[in-house]
Design a protein around this ligand. Sequence first.
Ligand code: NAG
Ligand code: NAG
Ligand code: NAG
Ligand code: NAG
Ligand code: NAG
Length: 589
Amino acid sequence: MLAHLALCLLGLVAAGGDGGHGHGHGKGKGPKKPASKPNIVLFITDDQDVGTHTREIMPRTFERLVDHGVNYENFFTPVSLCCPSRVSLLRTQAAHNHNITFVELPHGGWQKFNDYGYVSHTLPDFLQAVGYNTYYVGKYMNDHTVKNCVELPVSGFNASDILVDPYTYDYWRPAFSVNNGPAEIHNGSYSTDLVGEKSLRHLDTALAADEPFFIGIAPIGPHSYMDSSKRESSARLYMDTPEWPERHAHMFMDAKVPRTENFNPDEPMGVSWVKTLPKLNESNVEYIDEFYRGRLRSLQSVDELVGQVMDKLEAAGVMENTYVFYTADNGFAMGSHRRQPGKTLGYEDDIKVPLVIRGPGMPEGKTDTVSSYGMVDLSRTFLDLAGAKPDYEDDGTKINLHLGEGNKADRTYEKHRHSLSEYWLRGIEEGKFVEASYRDNNTYRTLRVHDEVAGQPVTYSYAVWCTGERELYDLVEDPYQVRNLLAGLNDVGPFAAFDAGDVPEDRQRLLHRLDALTLVLKTCKGESCVEPYGALFPQGRVSTLQQAMNRKYDEFFAALPKVHFDHCMLGFQNRLELPEWDNAWAYKK
Ligand SMILES: *[C@@H]1O[C@H](CO)[C@@H](O)[C@H](O)[C@H]1NC(C)=O
Ligand SMILES: *[C@@H]1O[C@H](CO)[C@@H](O)[C@H](O)[C@H]1NC(C)=O
Ligand SMILES: *[C@@H]1O[C@H](CO)[C@@H](O)[C@H](O)[C@H]1NC(C)=O
Ligand SMILES: *[C@@H]1O[C@H](CO)[C@@H](O)[C@H](O)[C@H]1NC(C)=O
Ligand SMILES: *[C@@H]1O[C@H](CO)[C@@H](O)[C@H](O)[C@H]1NC(C)=O
């Protein structure tokens, strides 16, 4: 281990000393590539909730991507935590199928990813196998460290610059493992700007080659700052306001966390540990407002980077064969439901993230308000565009790229109206006001359904917790999730037998449908993740919530066993998550 540290220190390089463009290829080069498989450019930010995905905050991203592509309003993280979500992207699998559920051992992180044998079986590997050159810059996975970066290399990239712990979130002292080499520490360089320089260099290489390329660009903005020199104690994570470069210091001086209906309410809200949170005092509110300004400023370098990458792609003349994607690994909340800064819950702030896609054949400036997708679908879209396949069954469906009327294959994906966010471990709170960083009893499934019933758009968030509690929010009426329509069920005590008797009849009918979808999705694999109604109705009678709401199915849905947990435990423990969907329960008639 000491030898590794020494290697890493030897690898220490001066900041900004490697900015050459020496290979003589790159922007403005003459002939365009022959039409071939499309290039794929992915921006993936860290902890960016959809509330910060606005034209005011991200002007270049909006001008260059949103205005020329499709903005997807309903895009969700499979797990509201970086590492599991990124694994879903790399593996095109729901978290209950890859079982990387936390940022470090024993439940997740880079070591566990290796232990499961996932290396060499990831998205970039599958893209390389069909002729892509692949590049990656920035945050890859938690627990990929200065100590293990050489012995546990990443797979599938022709070139990579991977941020390694404990420097990953140290904005002014990032360290990279370059092509799986020892960590190079850049003391005094701003992380996102370095990610930008490195990305542009890899793009030059990619553009000079004849093969199609994939590049993943993963800046840490707007993740919380973590000082690389402070050891984390088991109780406390030192996470604080994100940092920014001097050129953005003057921006957003008056910005404040939006004072939405759920902001620091007078009455506690939510379930489990959330309902025990005290009202935030004035100094705490001032702190989270400053924290918010830090997030917005840390996003400015990301926004500039988007502009620079688009400049390069356009100058190279490759936009008619390049799809550009912009997303984030998970969302972020602060102040809502009296919360400290953080993610790890199933509320909209935590699970809803930006997704923008721009590419050939796609409409310009369209908003997709109809479909719902998640990270596995994004991953599957890359595979489909490239004509690649994983060497195991994946759980995704191609996202509707709105390629036009003639494109039948594209239109079939519009029915995708659901998303499941899973969580099994400790909730994490961030910022200087938290006493302990971790919260127990944070295991839940949150189903998000966006569909139509009786010609009206409906949007529901339904959650089942390991504590026995349930939440149901009508997001059309209650977008900030302040009125849990199942609050009455939760007063009966922990792990109580399910009895919806007190719930009004209409709501019960809905509850039984949403619970059935959750029942299928919580252990789904492959097709049943894409088409959960298909598992419930093997004869194909029902494929929307509208159809499922038909009264003739009332008895069928009411009779299905309800999702519940035996008790709260750390890690995905299938035997505690009851019952497991059985095909024998499907609708027979
Ligand atoms: C998933 O990982 C947990 C540890 O986080 C382990 O206890 C469990 O057995 C694993 N489940 C499966 C199905 O591999
Ligand atoms: C990228 O890596 C793949 C797999 O190793 C290889 O086949 C391909 O030639 C490489 N591309 C370049 C430009 O070196
Ligand atoms: C990093 O740079 C700062 C400012 O130049 C300096 O004070 C500090 O000692 C350096 N830290 C390390 C670990 O080199
Ligand atoms: C606000 O609350 C925090 C704990 O959450 C406490 O440390 C601090 O002293 C309080 N400040 C004031 C002014 O009451
Ligand atoms: C977890 O939930 C159970 C059941 O509601 C409760 O008895 C226990 O006190 C909770 N633990 C914590 C740490 O909140």
